[in-house]
Each structure stands twice: as C-alpha cells, then as structure tokens.
Design a protein around this ligand. Structure first.
Ligand code: TMP
Length: 209
C-alpha cells in the first residue's frame, strides 16, 4: 500500500481586522468539497497549552522578548502536537497566523531585535515553513473600522494605536517581498467573494496533487 501523500501547510497573515477568518472558513469548505481532509487551527493557540498561553499573551503586558518567547513556545507545541502529525497524515492545515506574525508584530510592532526572532525561529522550526502564505493587506484605518463594527472587546494587540499597525503592515509587506514564491499578497479591502476567488486561483496555480 502506498503511504499517504503529505498534506500542505497554508498560513493566513495580516493586521487585526483584515478579514482572515471569513476566508479561512470559505477555503476550508472549498477544499473539503474537493475531497481534501482539512484541519483549521490558529496561533497563538491550537493546543491546550497554546490556548492558555494565548490568554496570557492577549491579556497581560510583558517585555517584547517575553512575548516572542511565549509565541514560539506555543508554536513549538503546535507544530509537534498538531501541525506535523496532521501533515504526515495527509491533511491540509490552514493556520490563522504562524511565525511571520512574530516577525511582523514583535519585531515590526514592538521593536524586538530581528536577530532574536530569527534565532527563535531557527531553534523552533529549522527548515520548516508554510507551503503558501496569504497576506491580507489593508490600510490600518480600514481594519480599525471593521474591528469597531465587530463590537467585541478589543484585546491587548487590538488596542494598539494606528502607527503600531502601520509598522506591522510594513514588516509583513517587506517579508512578503523577500519571499515572493511563498507569499501571495491580497488586497483585503475587496469584496469577500473576490478575495475567495483569488485564494482558490493561487491554490490551483500550484497544481498540488
Ligand atoms: P488573532 O486575533 O488574529 O487570532 O491573533 C491574536 C493576536 O496575537 C493578534 O493581535 C496578533 C498577535 N500575534 C502576535 O503578536 N505574534 C504572533 O506570533 C502571533 C501568532 C499573533
């Protein structure tokens, strides 16, 4: 019997309020309709320990080094307990954020030294990266308007000022431009169905079996 083909690891990034969740749900449905096994997950989180760390990270002020180490600690668990086993079993893993978020938020937004973030990444997942990353690009003022309309209590990151999100957005775009083969930059101000079509087209373009 042939071993099952390894799944694909697809990540979704962007500033808060960019509209990732809707698109992850749509893509999961579309892939399942095509007969793929799909696992939806998120960071920080995705495991029992990861969700506890998420609560701390989103609710408690801390030094940027602490923040980065906790993000990568949650990620270490997430890869070992959820992502790797699912990929090995042939599932497609859709993750709402991964390491690019630490580079954008902690380095770009909170001033963590880039070398520290690189070192943590090299420790936690050397040689492992998403197969494809969608960057939902949106001006911070449009994202803020969406968050305000959502009427949920903002977490520690969502309470940050406009210039924080401008720095995060710039860091994401710099990263995407350095790795064009992995990233697809999406104009997240467009209608949901237009964005969903662009996502499906990018996946089809890969011609993955
Ligand atoms: P979410 O609201 O998109 O689920 O993400 C939770 C928050 O955590 C969001 O504001 C971005 C932030 N975050 C980081 O600052 N660094 C990271 O590495 C990750 C994964 C998330």
């Amino acid at each position: 019997m042939n071993a099952k083909a390894r799944g694909r690891f697809i990540t979704f990034e962007g500033i808060d309020g960019a509209g990732k969740s809707t698109q992850i749900a749509l893509l999961a449905d579309a892939l399942r309709a095509r007969g793929r096994e799909v696992l939806r997950t998120r960071e920080p989180g995705g495991t029992e320990l990861g969700e506890k760390l998420r609560e701390l990270l989103l609710g408690t002020d801390m030094h940027p080094d602490t923040e980065a180490m906790l993000m990568f600690a949650a990620r270490r668990e997430h890869i070992a307990a959820v992502i790797e086993p699912a990929l090995a079993a042939g599932a497609w893993v859709l993750s709402d954020r991964f390491s690019d978020a630490t580079h954008a938020y902690q380095v770009g937004g909170h001033g963590l030294a880039a070398a520290r973030c690189d070192a943590l990444e090299a420790w936690v997942h050397p040689g492992f990266a998403p197969d494809l990353t969608f960057l939902f690009d949106i001006p911070p003022e449009s994202a803020a308007a969406r968050l305000a309309a959502a009427e949920t209590a903002p977490d520690r990151f969502e309470r940050e000022q406009r210039d924080f999100f401008t720095r995060v957005r710039t860091a994401y775009l710099d990263r995407a431009r350095r790795e064009p083969a992995r990233f697809r930059i999406l104009d997240a101000t467009r209608e949901a169905k237009t964005i969903a079509a662009a996502i499906t087209a990018s996946i089809d373009e890969k011609a993955w079996q």
